[in-house]
Design a protein around this ligand. Structure first.
Ligand SMILES: C[S@@+](CC[C@H](N)C(=O)[O-])C[C@H]1O[C@@H](n2cnc3c(N)ncnc32)[C@H](O)[C@@H]1O
Length: 359
């Protein structure tokens, strides 16, 4: 592991942007802000490595594709993109982000969704949903869900439904990432610095996010290429990319940091998605290095001659030298970037490493 001084010496300024150089609206441009997702990398970082190591038409593979940052940027760059994730919700989100949309069909869907729900939409019995939503919010969400059937773009509207559900949960505004328990009464909110009330409706979020989603997919349509994007719902330890790969660009889960299923628990409940928690890597330290080595040895075997493996990670436990060696990879470069965190509970200095590996 590096000392703090060595860390400062190694900072790669081309990869370390200030808020002024890279404002939030750029980091969250078009589909990148279709739905909140904790633990994604900034699209501009992906852009840098696509330009350094890929060419249009080549295949870019992300075995831990998450919210699809690599896939979206690789497509805009003109490369073929394939990504795998064990989380069904993440795969849904990636498909919604990378889909092709016709304006006339989007409009027809919006009209259909705004036509008022079937009054008979049944309120689910799920104890989770009943605990986390006010009765009116749950009725509105379920009613919207019943209108998604028969739309041209069900995946996009499911993502909108999930985003609205996230905002309408009985969660504190200052604790939306992993709220511990539902809030029943007024509370002092550290985010808004005032007393806030639990949310009692969902329709206002649904309307806002339908509009926002349409705008975002239309903005992405301006830069989207016709290159193929494949989203694979699988365990990356057991799944190969769909062909020889030119560049692997990924950020793996890290032990004990984020529970990727749990952060979207409301979406799994509301959309009836299958949870595969047991296959999620990083839930503990045990077995982590072997799991990562298995994924990266698959990546190595699929790599074309001259191809690179780029891994973005905060390797605070110094695990990656061993992981790469076990996967039969050689570390060419270890770059350090300063991550700009502006506000909130996660503020403070934070560094991330970019490992460039080859067979
Ligand atoms: C750090 S996140 C990737 C974020 C991504 N770079 C982005 O910008 O959205 C790691 C991802 O690995 C996924 N993951 C965990 N275990 C996995 C497994 N066994 N196979 C495939 N994906 C897995 C998690 O669901 C999570 O989405």
């Amino acid at each position: 592991m590096r000392t703090q001084a060595a860390l400062y010496d190694a900072i790669d300024l081309e990869l370390s942007w200030s808020e002024q150089e890279l404002p939030e609206r750029e980091r969250t441009k078009h589909v990148h802000r279709l739905h909140p997702y904790l633990g994604k990398f900034v699209p501009q970082l992906v852009e840098v490595f696509l330009k350094r190591y890929a060419k249009p038409g080549q295949l870019v593979w992300d075995p831990f594709a998450g919210s699809g940052t690599t896939l979206v940027e690789a497509n805009a760059f003109g490369a073929r993109a394939a990504g795998c994730d064990v989380s069904a919700f993440n795969c849904l989100l990636m498909r919604a982000k990378t889909g092709a949309y016709e304006s006339s069909d989007l409009l027809a869907d919006v009209v259909r969704l705004s036509e008022g729900g079937s009054a008979k939409a049944r309120i689910p019995k799920s104890p989770y949903l009943r605990a986390w939503f006010a009765p009116r919010s749950l009725t509105e969400l379920v009613s919207f869900r019943s209108r998604i059937d028969g739309t041209a773009y069900p995946e996009l509207w499911k993502v909108v439904l999930s985003r609205a559900a996230r905002s309408a949960r009985l969660a504190r505004h200052d604790d939306l990432d992993f709220p511990a328990e539902p809030v029943a009464a007024e509370y002092f909110c550290h985010k808004h610095r005032r007393v806030c009330r639990p949310v009692g409706e969902a329709d206002k979020f649904l309307r806002r996010y339908v509009r926002d989603a349409v705008q975002r997919v239309q903005e992405f349509a301006d830069v989207r290429s016709r290159e193929q994007v494949s989203v694979i719902h699988a365990d990356a330890r057991l799944h190969d990319p769909p062909g020889p790969v030119d560049l692997v660009l990924t950020s793996p889960p890290y032990p004990g940091l984020i529970d990727y299923h749990e952060q979207h628990a409301y979406a799994y409940e509301l959309l009836g998605l299958e949870r595969r928690d047991a296959e999620e890597i990083g839930r503990g330290v045990k077995g982590y290095c072997e799991d990562l080595a298995a994924v990266f040895s698959r990546a190595r075997r699929s790599l074309r001659r001259g191809g690179k493996i780029v891994i973005v990670v905060n390797d605070r436990r110094g695990l990656y030298d061993g992981i790469l060696a076990s996967a039969g990879l050689r570390l060419e470069e270890r770059l350090v970037r300063h991550v700009n965190r502006r506000t909130g509970r996660r503020k403070g200095e934070f560094y991330e490493e970019v490992l460039i590996a080859t067979p």
